[in-house]
Design a protein around this ligand. Structure first.
Ligand code: ADE
Length: 231
């Protein structure tokens, strides 16, 4: 998988790939990371990339020209690149999207700064548009990293242990049961006794009960979905 981050601020992104799982995947040639700066395509003599909004409104909007040229250049090199824009005005990103996108060969993430991106760019180039939640970030960079990370762990070879992909929260409507590591007793706090006894069917039913309790508390709507599906 190749990821191209189309951003004015690649420094905000680069650090994330310098350690841990995604670094290992890059070292193994499973992932390749590229950057494209719209400012490098600006035809303005001061390399400006933004302007005030036509029709008024607060803040600066990213101009179409540098992004049109950057994205034309990108597409001329790979016509199959899948272009994703990050904006709070979009469909919420979810685990099923992460799994689906993991099958692509090349994804480009276009991050807006300032008040946003001229809508004509999105209309012309977006294959998809995602929000990562109902809050406003200072730009799309963090959102693009969140999606990149969630997609990458679904690409074969990225996670060491394929099993860790098997049963996860959001694969079913239920949230995952809590996990515990060693020691079994820490500062007087024990892990649930059924976890210690090794009866796997009892552990399974306890985990299901704990999953349901967590879901009821944090995501009551999800619990209803689970009940409908399991009847
Ligand atoms: N850019 C600013 N806020 C965002 C959000 N919540 N999701 C995606 N992109 C964004």
């Amino acid at each position: 998988m190749t990821y191209t981050f189309v951003t004015l601020f690649s420094n905000l992104i680069e650090g994330y790939f310098k350690d841990s799982i995604l670094k290992r995947a890059i070292d193994k040639d499973i992932l390749k990371i590229k950057y494209l700066n719209p400012r490098d395509y600006s035809k303005n003599k001061h390399f400006k990339v933004d302007d005030t909004a036509v029709g008024g409104g607060a803040g600066m909007v990213m101009n179409p020209q540098p992004l049109f040229d950057a994205l034309d250049d990108l597409k001329s090199k790979d016509e199959d690149v899948h272009i994703i824009f990050l904006t709070p005005v979009a469909k919420p990103f979810a685990q099923n999207d992460a799994k689906r996108l993991a099958k692509k060969n090349h994804i480009a993430f276009v991050s807006g700064r300032y008040e946003g991106i001229d809508e004509r760019v999105i209309e012309k180039y977006a294959d998809e548009v995602f929000s990562i939640g109902d809050y406003i970030l200072t730009g799309g960079e963090l959102a693009s990293l969140v999606i990149c990370d969630a997609v990458s762990r679904n690409i074969e070879g990225v996670l060491g242990n394929a099993q860790s992909l098997e049963i996860e929260s959001f694969e079913t409507p239920l949230l995952e049961a809590p996990s515990f590591s060693k020691p079994k007793n820490y500062e007087g706090l024990s892990v649930p006794s059924e976890y210690l006894k090794g009866n796997h069917s009892k552990i399974r039913s306890l985990k299901l009960a704990l999953s349901e309790a967590k879901t009821k508390f944090f995501r009551p709507q999800q619990l209803l979905k689970h009940k409908v599906q399991s009847h």
